[in-house]
Design a protein around this ligand. Structure first.
Ligand code: 1HN
Length: 370
């Protein structure tokens, strides 16, 4: 297949005429249609995401997130969140693909009520030291750059027990996916608040050190029994891997947050990574199916996504739509840079839809648009 004309052979290329138009009208009256009128659109040669690459600057969003604190009561809003909306996905409230993300603010001493839903959630803390969450009766404390999960259908409520500063954390949810599948359910906790067990961080105490509790009932739920991954040991793990390995040509030194029982992703629908770019490192470009939301966790750099340059610094959030070429560069010559990210790869992999490709046309880097 060389020219566009050749590529049309074997594909729909029926020209309209009055008889056909009348025929289409007849079909429409019966809630039916002719496949060949839409075939090329619904079966593209390769993914055609409606999402576009976007960078959300934390410095710009932060004052607006802070303004929500006095503007709305947590009780009235349910959750006080500024969501990040992809211009191509407004009708789904998605940040990219079928992934949602937003910045949630909780004032000193605030506590949100408990609920559960069919959508899975995850958190990445941007600022504030007083954050806690109770997930199915387990209280977990999280600090800046910690990662935590709220698997689907688990009761959850959170708050901020600091008495001085607000907490701002980033939520990531698969709501657009769950809604696309018409599978959403939502319940408010019958008592509005859970009664957490006495032991704080019990999942970390039980599963946080690369050993599994032995001789007790095996964990059989489809998500990680470990619910939190503090920043410091996660960053140290990356630094250790950087000493032992070159890493990936496309992602630098990258690790996946894993379910310690399976070694797989933390939840069935969303995975998460932490990656380190060495001082001055520029990765090669690749593309894959699946959408990714990135958060700059440390340092500053630039990512080229679908030919456009996005400069980021700590706290900034950006997205890579499915099948978009992307590559990252650490702009600092002496310090490493880190990117946290979450994705829908577990969905793509479990459905047999994951594909990946290195950029080789004209070199390892993609052309940058003017
Ligand atoms: C939700 O339950 C939370 O529990 C945050 O903090 C953001 C966005 C959409 C739907 C549910 C939370 C959410 C959400």
């Amino acid at each position: 297949m060389s020219s566009d004309e050749d590529r049309r052979i074997g594909r729909a290329r029926v020209r309209d005429n009055p008889e056909l138009m009348a025929y289409y009208d007849e079909l429409a009256k019966l809630e039916a249609g002719a496949l060949w009128t839409v075939a090329n659109e619904i079966e593209p040669w390769y993914p055609q995401p409606k999402s576009v690459p976007v960078l959300w600057r934390y410095e710009e969003l932060r004052p607006l997130v802070q303004r929500a604190l006095p503007l709305v009561q947590a009780d009235d809003a349910g959750r006080r969140v500024v969501m990040l909306v992809n211009p191509g996905r407004r009708e789904l409230s998605a940040a990219v693909g079928l992934l949602y993300t937003g910045l949630q603010i909780m004032g000193p001493g605030e506590a949100m009520t408990a609920h559960r839903h069919q959508a899975a959630a995850l958190r990445f803390v941007h600022e504030g030291t007083g954050a806690w969450t109770v997930v199915d009766g387990q209280k977990l404390r999280v600090g800046p750059r910690d990662f935590a999960i709220t698997p689907n259908n688990t009761w959850h409520e959170h708050g901020n027990e600091a008495d001085d500063a607000p907490v701002i954390w980033q939520d990531g949810l698969d709501i657009p996916l769950v809604n696309a599948l018409d599978a959403g359910f939502y319940e408010v906790h019958p008592e509005l608040y859970q009664r957490p067990g006495a032991v704080v961080n019990s999942s970390l105490l039980s599963y946080g050190a690369n050993l599994l509790p032995y001789g007790v009932e095996k964990w059989t739920r489809p998500y990680s029994p470990l619910l939190g991954w503090p920043w410091e040991p996660s960053y140290q793990a990356l630094c250790a891997l950087a000493r032992a390995s070159e890493g990936s040509p496309f992602d630098g030194v990258i690790m996946e947050y894993t379910n310690p029982v399976t070694g797989g992703p933390v939840m069935p629908t969303m995975g998460a990574h932490l990656q380190l770019l060495r001082p001055g490192q520029a990765t090669a470009a690749h593309r894959h199916t699946g959408s990714v939301v990135y958060t700059a966790a440390k340092g500053r750099g630039v990512s080229v996504i679908a030919g456009r340059r996005f400069a980021w610094q700590q706290g900034d959030i950006f997205c890579v739509p499915s099948w978009a070429w992307h590559e990252h560069e650490n702009l600092d010559r002496s310090e490493d840079a880190c990117l946290f990210s979450f994705n829908d790869f577990p969905v793509m992999r479990s459905l047999g839809l994951y594909r990946e490709e290195a950029h080789t046309d004209g070199g390892a880097h993609q052309p940058v648009l003017p």
